[in-house]
Design a protein around this ligand. Structure first.
Ligand code: FAD
Length: 317
């Protein structure tokens, strides 16, 4: 093991307790998590690059588990660059909190064989769910390139995981405001249905700030026969500049009133944080009123904003 990897693992062990393969006891399924009697709260983390980042992640996760999430997920870097870190973090979370976890996984730069190995390793570490994605082109490239012996679209990855790991829970991404490369909203929705038909259990959406976009997307998906739970993905805004950047990257519209409120607090990080939390609380409240089966928070390894939202808006049990 390279020295850097060794230090990283040590930092995770310190933060999460010792790590190693352990027996999978009782499995939780995504169908149970989003079943009629339950509400699926989930949090998304990303693998930090430094030991300090790992310690900070677990400090924030300690606070987030108080809200009793059904599971946490960890993203997978472009080109598979974070494979080991993703697995280390998410298995550390599983071990420390005895919580169900999902690894994100993309098709970028991997053959089917490599993807199988990764899922096998994840399964052995107690990871019960995969967020199965095509992935974005690596930095500096504009077009997704299919790896020889790999997959071109997420529906192919879903089909592969479903056939190789029948017990693995599978989540896929959905785009209320349409994926940026899609030829049309209709085609994008057809492709979403392909992923569900291939075996996806749940759809988690890209972040959005206009609930009307989500409601319309959900309605259109239902009309097309998409029968799995559709879970809104939410990123509470904590900083005006950051959100302009993220929204531009994934094409999410920002309501003008919200942008105006953030601008009123230009140069005042505390004020912008408060505006962001208030907006996210109202957004969550309106989604809950429309009977969503769960909510997924892109917490970006920080707990404060999400904690504030969840204290302001109690979730169904
Ligand atoms: P796909 O569903 O394959 O769709 C990609 C494009 O191709 C779409 O325009 C679609 O309409 C079209 N398409 C799909 N199937 C077909 C088909 N069979 N024939 C023709 N066209 C088709 N990225 C990361 O790198 N790491 C992460 O951890 C990560 N986590 C994410 C989590 C969530 C919840 C979401 C919503 C996104 C995440 N992403 C992540 C971003 C994601 O990788 C990108 O949005 C990527 O560009 C598309 O991935 P996808 O799985 O939605 O692709």
């Amino acid at each position: 093991m390279a020295l850097a990897a060794c230090h990283r693992l040590h930092a995770i062990e310190e933060a999460a307790g010792s790590i190693g393969p352990w027996e999978i006891t009782s499995l939780t399924t995504l169908a149970q998590i989003y079943g009629p009697e339950n509400f699926g709260l989930s949090f998304e983390l990303f693998p930090p690059k430094t030991e300090a980042g790992i310690k900070s992640l677990f400090r924030h996760a300690d606070r987030l588990v108080d809200f009793q999430p059904a599971y946490m997920t960890c993203t997978y870097g472009a080109g598979g660059s974070t494979q080991n870190r993703t697995l280390e973090i998410i298995s550390g979370v599983h071990k420390k909190y005895n919580l169900s976890v999902a690894t994100h996984l993309t098709c970028v730069g991997s053959t089917a064989e490599q993807l199988r190995d990764y899922v096998q390793r994840a399964w052995e570490l107690g990871v019960e769910f995969v967020v199965a994605l095509r992935g974005d082109p690596p930095q500096g490239e504009t077009k997704f390139q299919v790896t020889s012996g790999g997959f071109a679209y997420a529906n192919e990855l879903v089909e592969f995981i479903r056939s190789e790991f029948p017990e693995m829970g599978i989540v896929v991404g959905g785009y209320p405001e349409t994926h940026q490369e899609a030829v049309s909203p209709e085609a994008d929705l057809d492709n979403l249905k392909r992923k569900v038909d291939a075996g996806a259990d749940v759809i988690i959406t890209q972040l959005f700030y206009d609930n009307a976009e989500f409601f319309d997307f959900r309605e259109r998906a239902l009309q097309l026969g998409v029968g799995v739970p559709i879970v809104p993905g939410l990123l509470p805004v904590t900083n005006g500049a950051q959100i302009q950047r993220i929204a531009a990257l994934c094409g999410a519209k920002l309501p003008p009133q919200f942008v105006g409120d953030l601008q009123k607090h230009d140069g005042d990080p505390h004020g912008q944080f408060e505006v962001g939390v208030e907006f996210a609380a109202r957004q969550t409240e309106s989604l809950l009123a429309s009977a969503v089966p769960g909510v997924h928070f892109y917490v970006l390894n920080k707990s404060e904003a999400t904690e504030r939202v969840l204290r302001a808006v109690p979730l169904p049990k």
